[in-house]
Ligand binder design. Structure first.
Ligand code: ADP
Ligand code: ASP
Ligand code: MG
Length: 406
């Protein structure tokens, strides 16, 4: 009997009618003869609302308590979905991350899964039940609830599929699959039939919300057959596949933007050996994740260092900025919270030259200023002004003719 893990995202369980619709789809799959494990997200904007409430109480909530709080959202949708399945005449049981043995490290609000012990899930499946698991959460070795970072239910689903050696992991969401760009920004974005793990991992890490980056890592590492499809229709969706299984690699397969970062510049830092080490050690001490870094050319023994980081971590950073300035003896700092990181991704870039030039020229023509650049073998990212982000995405989508892909 095939074992399928189905994950339903927030919009797909956004209200009780949508939960009933999801239940119908799940029961239909079970009645076709498969064993089904379901992973659910919190209903609609529940997680945002919970975070908002915490912020009304404190600027810097305890991250342990944040996890206690936000993990409740998934428990609501899991229990309601179990009830909806009971109504349709099938056995179902909802279980939390702790109950299904998802152990994580202790980095609250962005924990990583260390281990899954799927015995409980297997026992319930053997009783003929549909097993529903709360996404996005686990417990650390002290038994405290942890969460996996925003969008983390995808990772729960793929990790469970890996642990159970499932035949397929289906991510049901509010779009028909993975597109060449966010279809909400680019109207003629094309749905891709398939995309490689490497490309999907880059797109997800660089802001394409459609899959959580860690879920793609798990799928690649443990060979989990993974697809993204709509919970509102029956169209085929997008398969995430091994590079070797794809016949042709376009130079660019997708474009994405990330508006969740901020740029901090430390001005007039003495240009002496060890300064960067001191600065980034201090940031690491406070668990601040840094993304891009740029150091300017030195002038009269001084330089400026800019870095980008997640804007959600700004309140914590602001608390230590004075200490940072002292640590590196910088004159002052500036903060820009209105930036966007725009990235083009494609395996074909490995064997093509001139992609960066084409991207920069096209942005220049559209009067979009670039303030930072970073590249890897299969991606080019530029930091631009936040207000230019949608226009720049559309311009590049046209420039690289992504509407011609499939
Ligand atoms: P869910 O709640 O189902 O997990 P998400 O909101 O996390 O759904 O992810 C789906 C959303 O991702 C889509 O509604 C779409 O706006 C956005 N998205 C961004 N980039 C892409 C892309 N390249 N392809 C498809 N969707 C994308
Ligand atoms: N509910 C969590 C979030 O909104 C996890 C998820 O939906 O994947 O980020
Ligand atoms: Mg999601």
């Amino acid at each position: 009997m095939a074992l399928i893990v189905q994950k339903f995202g927030g919009t797909s369980v956004g209200d009780t009618q949508k939960i009933i619709n999801a239940a119908k789809r799940i029961v239909a799959a079970k009645r076709k003869g498969s064993e089904i494990v379901v992973v659910v997200s919190a209903m609609g904007k529940t997680t945002d609302q919970l975070i908002h409430m915490a912020k009304e109480i404190t600027k810097i909530p305890s991250s342990r308590e944040m996890d206690m709080l936000v993990s409740t959202g998934e428990q609501i949708s899991a229990a309601l979905l179990a009830m909806a399945i009971h109504e349709l005449g099938e056995g179902a049981i909802s279980l939390t991350g702790a109950q299904v043995g998802i152990t994580t490290d202790s980095i609250h609000t962005k924990a990583r899964i260390l281990d899954i012990c799927p015995t409980k899930i297997s026992e319930e499946l053997n009783l003929g039940k549909i097993v529903i698991v709360t996404g996005f959460q686990g417990v650390n070795l002290k038994n405290d609830i942890t969460t996996l970072g925003r969008g983390g239910s995808d990772t729960t689903a793929v990790a469970i599929a890996a642990a159970l050696k499932a035949d397929l992991c289906e991510i049901y969401t509010d779009v028909d699959g993975v597109y060449t760009a966010d279809p909400r920004i680019v109207k003629n974005a094309k749905k891709l039939n398939e995309i490689t793990h490497e490309e999907m991992l880059e797109l997800a890490s660089l802001g394409a919300k459609v899959l959580h980056a860690r879920s793609v890592e798990f799928a690649n590492k443990y060979d989990v057959p993974l697809c993204v499809r709509s919970s509102f229709n029956n169209s085929e969706g997008t398969y995430i596949v091994k590079e070797a299984n794809v016949m042709e690699h376009p130079v660019i397969r997708g474009i994405t933007t990330d508006k969740s970062e901020a740029k901090i510049t430390l001005i007039k830092v003495p240009d002496t050996p060890g300064i960067a080490a001191k600065l980034f050690n201090k940031l690491a001490e406070y668990n601040v994740n840094i993304d891009m870094i740029i150091q300017n050319v030195s002038e009269q023994g001084h330089t400026d260092i800019s870095f980008t980081m997640h804007r959600a971590e700004m309140p914590r950073l602001k608390n230590i900025l004075d200490e940072l300035l002292k640590t590196v003896n910088a004159k002052r700092y500036s903060i820009n919270e209105n930036i966007a990181k725009l990235s083009v991704v494609g395996i074909g870039m490995r064997s093509h030259s001139g992609v960066a030039a084409q991207m920069f020229s096209s942005l220049a023509k559209a009067n979009v200023n670039i303030s930072m650049i970073s590249t890897s073998e299969i991606k080019i990212s530029c930091v631009i002004n936040g207000k230019d982000s949608d226009k720049a995405t559309q311009v590049l989508h046209e420039e690289f003719q992504l509407d011609k892909l499939s």
